[in-house]
Design a protein around this ligand. Sequence first.
Ligand code: NCD
Length: 307
Amino acid sequence: MTKHFLELQDISPDKLVSYFTLADEYYDASQGKESRDDLSGKTVANLFFEDSTRTANSFYLAGRRIGASVLDFTGAGSSLSKGETLLDTARNIYAMGIDCFVVRHVSPGAPAMIADALDVPVINAGDGAHEHPTQGLLDVYTMYRELGAVEKFKGLTVAIVGDILHSRVARSLCFALKTLGSRVILVGPRTLVNKHFEAFGVEISYSLDKVLAEVDVLYFLRLQRERMSSGLVSSLKEYKFLYGMTQNRMALCKDDVKIMHPGPINRGVEIDPEVADGPNSLILKQVTCGMASRMAVLYSLIGEKSD
Ligand code: NCD
């Protein structure tokens, strides 16, 4: 059966740990310090129908640095504007001899639709507000590298702060953290934190200040204004006052609290530059760990010894 990497909702703890082990093996290659040919002879096609900086480039370099040929396709400038459907686009690129698709699309389910239609492994690189599983994986892998042992996730409290409602990143991260046994608190205004998340075993707080002292990781999200109907936040000033991460708020946290963000950052809104660039920030480390995590996913789907 063709394997895919479409969501983290039902992933097992063992599977997550197996990705950590592979990512550790690729860590040097992910930095460009070692060149590998694990995927030589394979072609990965990145199909990005929605904007991306980190995810698209990271998949490109991840594939290249372990030996794959990588085709970068963006919807802009393609025959989609002439009425070609998503599936026909994918079918035509598949006919060029592709071993794996990496798909980002504004519609939830688009990567799964390609996975259903074609006999080729598909990686979801973000589908609407559904999931962004390689982001969730790289986030927990970044934490794992800080913690040093998988068992330590059980003692970890993570607050995910901001626009939970529109965030595929938050969903994938919740699933990964709950799978590993961590405590997760979702923090944001009532309009952006939907109660139905409680079904995933997470807690909800509408006050950031109330949780600061108890968390080990603060994970901030951008206000996803492109996915928002208007009026969900009254003003950016008020949002920042209630939920923006500032140096003053840092003083209320544990000394070794870790600050994370998937990017792109809106400096001065959800996070101040002094915090984003400060000593507790793991934000760029997430990007580095993303390379290794994506190498691990690519290898596990199309590598020689893929299981
Ligand atoms: C996110 C995305 O596109 O889902 N960014 C990312 O992939 N690192 C988050 C966002 O757009 O805010």
